[in-house]
Ligand binder design. Structure first.
Ligand code: NAP
Length: 379
């Protein structure tokens, strides 16, 4: 039964194929919620542990549902709600959003989408940017002051149409607020039942240790993919030591690993339309080099009879059992493609061989523009 369902998923998928939200004022509209009665059993995707929290082996990244990200038109509110609900139907029990996505619009969509099955999923969101909760205006900076966090969480609960956040991350470490104070604010919110678990995003080893000592962390979310493996030597080992889950963001390298980009791809210069237009690793010059990785992934996907996106996600998942990627998509057929990764096995021999080829490839260009990367450099 399980294998049949998975095979169907894989077949459907194979056939089908920022961190800084650049803000657009949030528009509050409503949609008709037509999700049919739900089956709460997840017999399609396997499950994984983030600390003591059980989630589906893959989550859904919901940033692109609330704002333009990578050159594709943002789906309508109704289409986005539909995607969230199809994800649930196909086994996803882990949804990732943030106040910054839109701002607010992604949270509103996720809140609307998960309403019929709220008690059967893990809902993750993030605070940390300085955003006015009434107007959506941002200063461009960070704000993890305890009073601000509490105000943001109350606004999040309204947008998400729920009474608790299962996993609340600090989006970026705020250099002006000691992490112990942030952890204290989270503890207050936990006592009130508004937050059940917490995590950090793009935090360094020292910050993780300090935060965990005050209030144990459930997950750390950082960029990780075949395109960017920078966390393998620092953050992932700390997560393993402290029993903290690791959630890779941009696990498909903003689409590059899904196989539709090559050295001739050109991105909109306006980051409000396509963030890749200002990212050094995607310039035409960098892509001349970086095509080697894309071609390697394509070769291995062919060999494994899967799609490049499935191979890339399966590779992440085989690294550690506590790794749970959250690929983002605006399309149901891409969603199905990505979920098929749960069915791909990579043997030890295959991994050794793949890594020999991988190590010979050097990725050229920074993963983000320097100005954005500065927010990620906390120790
Ligand atoms: N903590 C942080 O600071 C942070 C930063 C960035 C992102 N995130 C989280 O991580 C999630 C995922 O990251 P991401 O969206 O930046 O990057 P991603 O998941 O690596 O890639 C998303 C891109 O890949 C395309 N795509 C997805 N599946 C595909 C498939 N099977 N075939 C072809 N194309 C495919 C999507 O296009 P289509 O829409 O056309 O499918 C989109 O352009 C976000 O939604 C967000 O929740 C967190």
């Amino acid at each position: 039964m399980v294998n049949h369902a998975k095979r169907q998923l894989l077949k459907a998928g194979s056939l089908a194929a920022l961190a800084l939200g650049i803000s657009r004022p949030a528009i509050a509209t409503t949609t008709t919620n037509t999700h049919p009665p739900i089956s709460t059993k997840n017999n399609i995707l396997s499950q994984r542990q983030l600390g003591h929290l059980t989630v589906s082996a893959l989550g859904l990244g919901c940033q692109g549902l609330g704002q333009n990200m990578y050159g594709v038109p943002q789906p309508s509110r109704q289409q986005a709600v539909h995607l969230v609900q199809r994800a649930f139907d196909h086994g996803v029990r882990f949804f990732d959003t943030a106040e910054a996505y839109g701002p607010f619009e992604s949270e509103r969509i996720v809140g609307e989408g998960i309403k019929p099955f709220r008690n059967h999923i893990v809902l993750a969101t993030k605070f940390g940017w300085d955003i006015d909760q009434q107007t959506g205006q941002r200063t461009g900076g960070l704000n993890s002051r305890p009073d601000h966090i509490k105000q943001v969480v109350d606004a999040m609960l309204q947008r998400l149409q729920t009474d608790r956040i299962d996993l609340l991350y600090q989006h970026r470490v705020d250099p002006n607020v000691p992490i112990e104070e942030v952890a204290g604010a989270i503890q207050d919110l936990m006592k009130q039942g508004k937050v059940l678990h917490w995590g950090l995003s793009e935090a360094g080893e020292q910050t993780i240790r300090k935060a965990h000592a005050v209030q144990p962390l459930t997950a750390v979310q950082s960029e990780y993919s075949l395109f960017f493996r920078g966390r393998e030597k620092d953050v992932i080992p700390v997560c393993e030591e402290l029993n903290i889950g690791f959630v890779p963001w941009s696990p498909l390298a903003m689409g590059a690993l899904a196989g539709y980009i090559d050295e001739n791809s050109r991105f909109e210069a306006d980051p409000g339309k396509d963030l890749r237009g200002i990212i050094p690793r995607f310039t035409p010059e960098a892509m001349q080099h970086n095509m080697k990785l894309i071609q390697l992934v394509q070769k291995w996907a062919k060999r494994k009879l899967c799609t490049p996106a499935q191979f890339s996600l399966a590779w992440l998942m085989v690294q550690k059992p506590f790794i749970v990627p959250i690929p983002g998509t605006t399309k149901v057929h891409h969603l199905l493609d990505n979920l098929g990764a749960d069915d791909i096995q990579l043997t030890a021999d295959e991994l050794t061989q793949f890594h020999q080829e991988l190590e010979a490839i050097e990725i050229v260009g920074l993963r983000l523009p320097e100005a954005i990367l500065n927010f990620s450099e906390a120790k």
